[in-house]
Design a protein around this ligand. Sequence first.
Ligand code: ADP
Ligand code: ZN
Ligand code: ZN
Length: 831
Amino acid sequence: MPLFCDVALAVPLDVVFTYAIPPGMEPVVGGRVLVPFRQQRMSGIVVELHDRPPQVKTKKVIEALDLSPVLDEHLLKLGKWIADYYLAPLGEVFRTMLPLAAEFKRAVAYRITDAGRMALHLAGMSGSPARSKRTPEQQLVEFRVLDYLAERESVREEKLRGATRVSKALLSGMVRKKWIAREDVSAARDAARVVKVAVLLGAEAAELRSAWTGEGARPHTSKSKNLNENQRTLIETLAAVGGSLPVEILREVDVPRTTLGTLVRRGLIELVDEPQDFTASKLKPRQSPFEFEFSAAQKDALAKIGAAVASRKFGGLLLHGITGSGKTAVYLACMRQVLDAGRSSILLVPEIGLTPAVAADLHQVFGDEVAILHSGLSDAERAEQWHRIRRGEARVVAGTRSAVFAPVSDLALIIVDEEQDSSYKQEETPRYHARDVGVMRAKMAGAVVVLGSATPSLESYYNAKKNKYALVELPDRVEMRPLPEVEIVDMRQEFQETGQEQVISRKLAEEIRERLEKKEQVMVLLNRRGYSPVVLCRACGKTLQCKNCAVSMTHHKRERKMECHYCGHIERIPDKCVHCGSEYVYFVGTGSEKLEELLHGFFPQARIGRLDRDTVRGREDFEHALNALNEGALDMLVGTQMIAKGHDIHGVTLVGVVGADMALGLPDFRAAERTFQLLTQVAGRAGRGQSPGKVVLQTYFQDHYAVQFAARHDFAGFYEKELQFRAWMHYPPYSAIANVLIRSEKLDEALTWSGELGRWFENTRHEGIRVLGPAAAPITRLKRDYRYHFILKSPSREKMNALLRTMLAEAAARKIPHTQVIVDVDAVWMM
Ligand code: ADP
Ligand code: ZN
Ligand code: ZN
């Protein structure tokens, strides 16, 4: 065995740490080890085993946690690529790749020191301790602790506090006095989430069961005669359901809690651990993709992807299929083929809770062979899914961003659905983009990657044009259903004609009325939640801002509060202006909550539901609302962009867009792209069934090309125009881009640091790299931090990353804390 190992730890330092391997221990490359780091124990990933003694004295590995790697060769390599590309510490990358936090339990223990024994001894002699600032009660507790520890080696904090009732503060004080020593005893634990199940045992059980099912005579054994009424009830309950039940459910039987324990002691019932079942989506699966005949375009797409997979070489395809063209069916059919060949596939979706139909489809097609990783899972559940995948029990994986790291073997296919979705970008270290990591993983594994979308990102579309990806199109809706007609309503003109600021135009109101009369369904999009987004004082003209952020607080009427949508800060609703005390405060603007109320006013008979972050707390709420619409229990669904995503509800014939172009006013170069995508997505919800659909699009930017092209369903037109603009401005895809954010709670620190780095950039040669800034970030204050930023653009990613690396070293040398300088490579959010 080598003498040393290099370990990547999840700390914000860009180095690996060398530890000595004690005799007899056998850590593996790609496996986890528990090591001492500063005053703690941490688990890290072994990246190398070697015999090179380091310069400094090494500490020893405490424990090797894995016999075989948790990150195989491919994933280790992928992790190193991510660390390099996104300038992130390797250990933090590995932590993101492994959802195994639940397997490591943080714990602290205490033991008595010699000084502590002495103090105990002295107190025992004199009956009272030496001069002390503590009250007599506190001293008593202290001695109780010393006494307790004197008898034992090392005691866990919870146990010690339970036994002696000592407070945390008092414990810390004792550590400071060096009477006791504190140690980190964090350790691995078994993560698999299990449920305790009660199982009926032995002959007794068999007899009871047969008695119950009528296959035998009622039992009269000696044992059963000794059972009391309660015990009998429990046993008969178990027998009735076939001999076993989760303890949690058995507890609902109306007998004393002790009865079960008694039966266990008597050997009649055994408690066993069983892995918890995975709960499937409650949404009804749609027609199975294998029940209908594929269209020619679908067949062609399937054949192309199939051929690429069969070649066992890397290949990238961009599947551009308009809304309702049947992309999901193609995904599922490809994944089925891969599974039948005994290989693995991964499907990435933006937010699985918001696409329950896909989850339902997956279960229907793949049953137990699919592992679904979604945001609603606990750490333990996530770890359990991870193990199922690694054991090869689930070779079809579907999930959000981090599912791209699923430990499948023989990876054949990665599909990224809605590849343009910004939720694929992680907004914390490591700031990776799951689509791009997916492409790289496929490249390393010789697999195929399919990027699917009705509205591909500019980057992917450009790559397809440059033949980096093969472009596969599904140009028509299934069964040749037409795309909806889009009518634009110019809201400035509406204002002039009605003399009033309108939320719902006359045209939209009329169209909604028509659909309701015909018993058809309507969706209305307003991409802003809450009741009113602004509270304005008519006397001084100021608005109510969040105390942590430079943004205005949103009024939430039903919950009677003001909420900041950026940091979550909540305040009561003001009756006076906070700036000048005037009573003339007005709530202006409309959010989805107010829109729902307005629509109720217009159409009192209609049954209206709302979908936004306020009404949807979990996947259940979401599925509930969609089911209600699907089953015709709702006439209208109002909501934010949540309603725009991928749902397939056939009764919806009208989509009203009340507000979706707010982004066009933001200083972000992706604003036009996002608006085009949102408009196209939401329009795509209309007319998916027998009757054709219509869209009424209200806008204040009616001449904007994003609005115009979306209204004409002209993808190519939009892309050409937008690409031209990107080329002029040196934005992606023509240039690599990075956002460097400098932040501090102290304004002068943020200013000084960004000034220093600005001067450093000025005095550093950086040919072929444009550096813009420092400038105040568009949101100048967020979550208490003042924010300044630089934007770097370069056609050469290597050069840009090299400069960023030197900049980070410079910042470290100037003692700017690393947490306050954030480098975001390929930033998608410039605010
Ligand atoms: P997209 O994701 O492209 O918007 P979906 O995959 O959700 O479209 O498909 C839309 C609907 O059409 C689904 O209900 C699906 O079951 C159905 N569908 C897909 N392909 C076909 C086909 N060839 N014939 C009939 N229906 C189809
Ligand atoms: Zn005021
Ligand atoms: Zn805030």
